[in-house]
Ligand binder design. Sequence first.
Ligand code: FES
Length: 267
Amino acid sequence: MNGVEATIPRRSFGQTMRPDVWWTQPLLVFLGLSIFIVYSTWAAFQGSHYFFGNYISPFYSPELFGDSPHSWFGTKPPWWPGWLIFSPALLILWAPGGFRVTCYYYRGAYYKAFWADPPACTVGEARKTYLGERSFPLIMQNVHRYFLYLALVFIVILTYDVWKALWFVDPRTGKSVFGIGVGTMVLAINVVLLSGYTFGCHSLRHLAGGFLDQFSKSPTCYRAYACVTCFNRRHMLWAWLSLFWVGFTDLYVRLCSMGVWTDWRIV
Ligand code: FES
């Protein structure tokens, strides 16, 4: 059979045959991520109003060093550089931040939304060459698996924070009593959403069973793989819900601590 050579003309930047409003999604991603980055950066540098009684903001947990009763190792360490604002969040936020930044879903989303590479699927891009993620700096995205290990540890710590949020000091006796406040629910929903996002991670899917040639060789791995796949199917939804809620949880604790909002007790 003789082959026929066909030339595909290169599209110029933004050119496409798509009839839909393709720029809506990248625009929404740009706005959503920008709002979160601005708010979380501001909140991380505050170093105050990050706890309210038995509640602690997820941006500040684990609080390795700090002034609150939630601190693990005491107050501000003496080695902290004098020229740098001290905030307990700065010691830990790089881990969940790194997990999000290197996430396969977010990569696809912010490559389009922030530097239009490409602007959307089947829309012409500005760059002539394709380097992918095989060279510096984007090859660094491969550290995602290691951020996953840290993210799993954070899930355990944030779950413990929910446990602590179930115990309130009785002002009459000074003893710790069981209770559920709106804040407890806010912190609990945060853990559920972050778990749904983390347990649907592509790297976890690979670790759970994606490395096997035949699932029949390991039914346990298959079950784990199927479980992760279940979360993975809605990874984008988990990603956005958990992003919104983690920011809202910080805001809730912050406003309660500032006396702007009242934390109502349910039980
Ligand atoms: Fe999104 Fe791992 S791929 S969290």
